[in-house]
Ligand binder design. Structure first.
Ligand SMILES: [Zn+2]
Length: 321
């Protein structure tokens, strides 16, 4: 199927406060963190209708979906940290959204493409991979830093191979993470994706390995190095229009075509993009500024990445509506 007329945001989040922990939760320290407070305020979620914060987040997402110019969004689950590979470790898990919750939300809107999340350290990781695939899901996210997954470990090879065999594209978080407590930032180095890439499936490095200006390291050069080495590697632009990654969008746009042609649009919604550094692209008061999905899309459109920037993700998952 030809997808070239469609527009997709391939990296968005839903989160749950924790009223129903089976759906998802944020840990106490994460709920109380400055970054969570800022996010609720800057995104306008606080003012949304709903009794609980989870309801407000939910209503905000569905309101934005109604007014957006996007055809689809990819909505991420977020797996936990496990004790001995079996039970959720509530003490060490700071951000959890269950696969079933995201699969359920996808049934409530034609615009939602679900992305499951599986910690490959789970003893049932391959079974869960097959279960979500059977439920129609062709994308799986691994959060290296938050889930404590060093992607280069030999014991994950069977998981990566199975994903490739059943047509699942794996998305790895790359670049330093700041939204909640992490196990190790070192796990976010794109160089650690070699083992997964060697299994032959499609791999997306979320955030293209970018870090903020105050981080000790910058993994963006490692992302570019891996794009030279592997043609089954892709990158998404999530969070790159935020205030703390000032030149990330323009730097990426200057890369050679064989790299920009494998860049995929993603916002990191509901994390807000910043208009000020991108005023040349969208101006200071664009009409769509209240819809964070559309604001991010229009900022990045202004950088003119590859011709398939807005819909390449649909080819990767051989999407059929
Ligand atoms: Zn994200």
């Amino acid at each position: 199927m030809n997808h070239s007329h469609l527009t997709v945001d391939a990296h968005t989040h839903i989160f749950c406060w924790g009223e129903n922990p089976a759906e998802g939760f944020l840990s106490r320290p994460t709920q109380k963190s400055l970054i969570s407070k800022l996010l609720l305020r800057l995104s306008g979620i606080k003012k949304e209708r709903g009794e609980t914060i989870s309801e407000k987040i939910y209503h905000r997402l569905f309101k934005d979906l109604e007014s957006t110019e996007l055809d689809y969004i990819v909505l991420f689950a977020q797996d936990a940290i496990y004790k001995n590979g079996l039970d959720i470790d509530y003490h060490r898990t700071h951000f959890y959204v269950s696969n079933n919750y995201v699969l359920e939300l996808a049934t409530r809107s034609d615009k939602i493409i679900p992305c499951a999340s599986i910690n490959p350290m789970r003893s049932d990781s391959i079974r869960e991979l097959e279960r979500v695939r059977a439920a129609g899901c062709k994308l799986v996210k691994i959060h290296t830093a938050i889930q404590g997954v060093s992607p280069d470990l030999p014991e994950f090879e069977a998981f990566y191979r199975r994903a490739a065999e059943i047509g699942i594209t794996l998305i790895f978080h790359t670049g330093y993470e700041h939204s909640c407590k992490v196990v190790s930032q070192k796990y976010t180095d794109p160089r650690r994706l070699a083992r997964a890439l060697d299994q032959g499936g499609n791999i997306i490095a979320a955030h293209c390995g970018t870090c903020t200006f105050w981080d000790k390291e910058d993994y963006y050069p490692h992302f570019i190095e891996m794009m030279h080495r592997y043609d089954n590697l892709y990158g998404d632009t999530a969070v790159m229009a935020g205030l703390v990654r000032l030149n990330a969008c323009s730097k990426l746009a200057k890369e050679p075509e064989f790299i920009t042609n494998r860049i995929i649009h993603g916002s990191d919604y509901p994390l807000p993009s910043s208009r000020i550094p991108h005023r040349k692209q969208v101006g200071l008061f664009p009409r769509y500024r209240k819809n964070l999905l559309d604001l991010d899309l229009n900022i990045k459109r202004g950088y003119r990445y590859g011709p398939r920037y807005e819909n390449l993700i649909l080819d990767l998952i051989q999407f059929e509506p």
